[in-house]
Design a protein around this ligand. Structure first.
Ligand code: V47
Length: 372
């Protein structure tokens, strides 16, 4: 922490926060009870202060972003998760899409911003696409866009490939890496508590399997991200347990690059009776994540889900990354997301600068990219 003070000017409004700050100052690791106290503190500014201090100790004034394009190759999915507004069942008669490799290559080029460095590629759990569809997609993209990093397939998709094509996860990943896979996104983690997971995504792989896929990826040297979906029917305890499970795997492998707190969007799904999480919950979740996940370098405020204003404020509540230009997004927008589809580099940099941070364009493994 260098010479930074241990308390905000005037101290903490919540004695529980003061005790946690003292533990951090002693170099002690936060535990489950601390996590619960952080989520429950009424002193949101004190919590933000602590998270901001941890963030600045690691990243100073930098806020990272990348120039990327999302591609959702298909929304056909056999899982039918109650939280999801994006997917359509194979037997549905409308609203489905499944792009051919040719269409994927054309979409990849459409609206690609100058200086783009990453494709972020995910889809539903399809009943019948062959493994060659996925490898040909990666190979074709690598051939046509050799400088682009391919961040593709959540652990849920990888586990499904393993099941459907009767190959160990390790072999699936090795073949995808051979075809051009550069890293994996963090989606599909949701909430690990089996009772809650059963309510929001009953047919999805369980938390242990999700973690196991990431463990294997890390063993193969493939960097991955991780996430938590919050603001539905989970408790504060569920959030803390989820974060601690991620921290535990990171202790073992060190392979997670970034954590993304995904704010639940309740429109057009079976939880549409729920209100979306408020701005205070969003900022609190970012801040607690920064403090509990002391071994995951980057905390991403994904502007598509948080909205531009909250993602900006998150940069002083523990986050150090904004994600990127995105270009075209369907998962959040089909669930009622009101953010724009895309941001320009100038728009991203303005948000970052206006909160007093220094924007740093990064590649997919967090090296700074020199801007022309
Ligand atoms: O996998 C599903 C979640 C994820 C909803 O790794 C929902 O860099 C909110 O994972 N409301 C997709 N969330 C997004 C994602 C992501 C985004 C940006 C960057 C990265 C990264 C990863 O969103 C899904 C699922 O976990 N999700 N439905 C919903 N209604």
């Amino acid at each position: 922490m260098g010479t930074q003070p241990d308390t905000p000017l005037g101290g903490f409004a919540d004695p529980a926060l003061a005790a946690i700050a003292a533990r951090i100052a002693d170099g002690r690791r936060l535990d489950r009870a601390d996590g619960i106290a952080l989520f429950n503190t009424p002193d949101l500014l004190g919590l933000g202060w602590l998270a901001n201090r941890a963030r600045e100790a690691r990243h100073g004034n930098q806020t990272f972003y990348n120039i990327n394009r999302h591609i959702n190759y298909s929304n056909i999915c056999i899982l039918a998760c109650p939280i999801c507004s994006f997917s359509r069942r194979p037997e549905d008669t409308d609203g489905q899409w499944q792009y051919s490799p040719g269409e994927i290559f054309a979409r990849a080029a459409a609206g690609l911003p100058a200086g783009a460095t990453e494709f972020h590629i995910v889809g539903g759990i399809h009943p019948s696409l062959p493994f060659e569809y996925y490898t040909a997609m990666l190979r074709g993209l690598r051939e046509r866009f050799p400088s682009m990093h391919l961040k593709a397939f959540t652990a849920v998709e990888i586990a499904d490939f393993s099941r459907r094509f009767a190959m160990p996860v390790e072999d699936v990943l090795k073949q995808l890496i051979d075809a051009g896979l550069g890293s994996m996104p963090g989606g599909g983690g949701e909430i690990f508590n089996p009772a809650i997971r059963h309510k929001i995504a009953p047919n999805k792989i369980d938390g242990e399997t999700w973690l196991g896929v990431h463990r294997t990826a890390h063993r193969l040297g493939l960097p991955t991200n991780c996430s938590m979906l919050y603001g539905h029917v989970e408790s504060v305890e569920d959030r803390v347990d989820h974060l601690l499970a991620l921290r535990c795997l990171q202790d073992e492998t060190g392979g997670f690059q970034a954590f993304i707190a995904l704010a639940f969007h309740p429109r057009n799904n079976r939880f549409s009776h729920l209100p979306p999480p408020t701005g205070a919950t969003d900022l609190r979740t970012i801040a607690v994540s920064r403090l509990l996940l002391d071994n995951i370098p980057h905390i991403k405020a994904y502007w598509v889900m948080l909205g531009l204003k909250t993602a900006q404020l998150a940069q002083i509540f523990g986050a150090d990354d904004m994600d990127g230009t995105v270009v075209e997004e369907t998962i959040t927008h089909m669930a009622g997301g009101q953010s724009p589809q895309s941001l320009t580099v100038a728009e991203l940099e303005r948000l970052v600068q206006d909160i007093g941070r220094t924007p740093v364009q990064r590649d997919s493994v967090y090296h700074a990219v020199a801007r022309p």
